[in-house]
Design a protein around this ligand. Structure first.
Ligand code: NAD
Ligand code: MG
Length: 333
């Protein structure tokens, strides 16, 4: 009997893997211990769960495609299992095509939410995979490409998401721009503006547009970073946007708490995403990416998905104004 169940699980797992591989091929599957019996603990060692440095040096022009990274990041395509925590919810995720936003989109859909994603036109290939995965989870998927550095587009993004989903109750301001510069003297005003517009103006415009649609119980999630607390010398502009994100999350939580709208942030450490290999880090840092963390490796987007689910779910009803970290042991605070 035990054998039969194990075999059935294995066959089911292989079938699911094959089905998903057609949509989103991953260079590595999550290595999960298969407990031999129901009394065996289901333990996975976080130090060996995912690839460690050294990584192959690689560069893609901004914004980069997750599907062309070596290794391809794990966004939970083959591993995230939902349990109805967000049934009937409606989410808009900026930058939902790849990386952390993609992991949130997959998890939200498998938890029962309809999901709209925004991304840049150049990311259509990654976005199409996410749309297929949301649909495969049996949920409504809406693709709204466009550049959020433009206020009128941000307004259009929200109105289209509301119209196509029939409302909105989760906003994840995840899109972000990061470019490494050795010196402040190398940052042009244009580049500084790109970072500010993407990371700060866009959330400001999108939140203003979304707010009239949010009912009590809704939530907003911002993307902060370890950079907010311990900024790198060569991320002068990016780091300050993440400190500002932490601040806007805490300010808005106070403003919107009485209206029953929760506002929280996620502060990742080094996570293996397209942002890093499309100008976010030097090639030297890509090679050693994540080596400095106590776990000895970068995080994978899939490892953050449950945080986004938790922050959006009704049972986290007392969590607002919080910043949840996931940094492999070396993040602050
Ligand atoms: P990613 O490149 O996969 O995602 C970022 C997304 O931002 C892109 O996919 C793109 O669609 C979107 N974007 C950028 N500029 C845009 C614009 N002008 N208009 C519309 N969309 C735009 O990388 P990621 O690491 O998953 O980044 C997601 C968030 O996580 C970002 O806010 C980033 O700052 C934050 N973060 C990442 C790390 C990390 O190590 N990867 C660490 C801390 C914080
Ligand atoms: Mg992308």
């Amino acid at each position: 009997m035990e054998k039969e169940i194990t075999r059935r699980n294995a066959v089911g797992k292989i079938a699911a893997t094959i089905a998903l591989a057609a949509v989103a091929p991953s260079a590595f599957a999550q290595t999960k211990n298969n407990p031999k019996s129901s009394t065996d603990p289901d333990l996975t060692d976080p130090t060996t769960k995912y690839p460690k440095p050294p990584f192959k040096r690689q560069f893609q022009p901004f914004p980069g495609l997750a599907s062309k990274m070596i290794p391809v990041p794990d966004h939970g395509e083959e591993s995230y299992v939902g349990s109805g925590r967000l049934t009937g919810r409606k989410a808009l995720i900026t930058g939902g095509d790849s990386g952390i936003g993609r992991a949130a989109a997959i998890a939200y859909a498998r938890e029962g939410a309809d999901v709209a994603i925004n991304y840049l036109q150049e990311e259509e290939e990654d976005a199409a995979q996410v749309i297929a995965l949301i649909q495969k989870a049996g949920r409504k998927a809406v693709a709204i490409p466009g550049d959020i550095r433009d206020e009128s587009f941000c307004n259009k993004l929200v109105s289209q998401a509301v119209e196509k989903l029939g409302g909105l109750d989760i906003l994840v301001n995840n899109a972000g721009h990061q470019k490494t510069h050795e010196s402040i003297l190398d940052i042009s005003t244009e580049e500084f503006e790109r970072t500010m517009k993407t990371n700060l103006y866009a959330p400001f415009w999108i939140i203003k547009a979304v707010l009239p649609h949010l009912k009590p119980g809704s939530c907003i999630i911002g993307l902060s970073s370890v950079q907010a607390y311990d900024p790198s010398a060569e991320l002068y502009d990016y780091a300050q946007t993440k400190a500002a994100t932490t601040s806007y999350v805490k300010s808005l939580a106070k403003q919107l708490g009485p209206k029953g709208i929760r506002v929280n942030g996620v502060a990742p450490g080094p996570v293996w995403t397209a942002l890093q290999i499309s100008g976010g880090q030097t090639q030297e840092k890509i090679e050693k990416f994540g080596a400095h963390t106590p776990l000895g490796r970068p995080g994978q987007p899939a490892e953050l998905a449950s945080i986004f689910v938790q922050l959006a779910a009704n049972d986290a009803s007392f969590a607002t104004g919080q910043i949840y970290g996931a940094a492999g042991g070396s993040g602050q605070p």
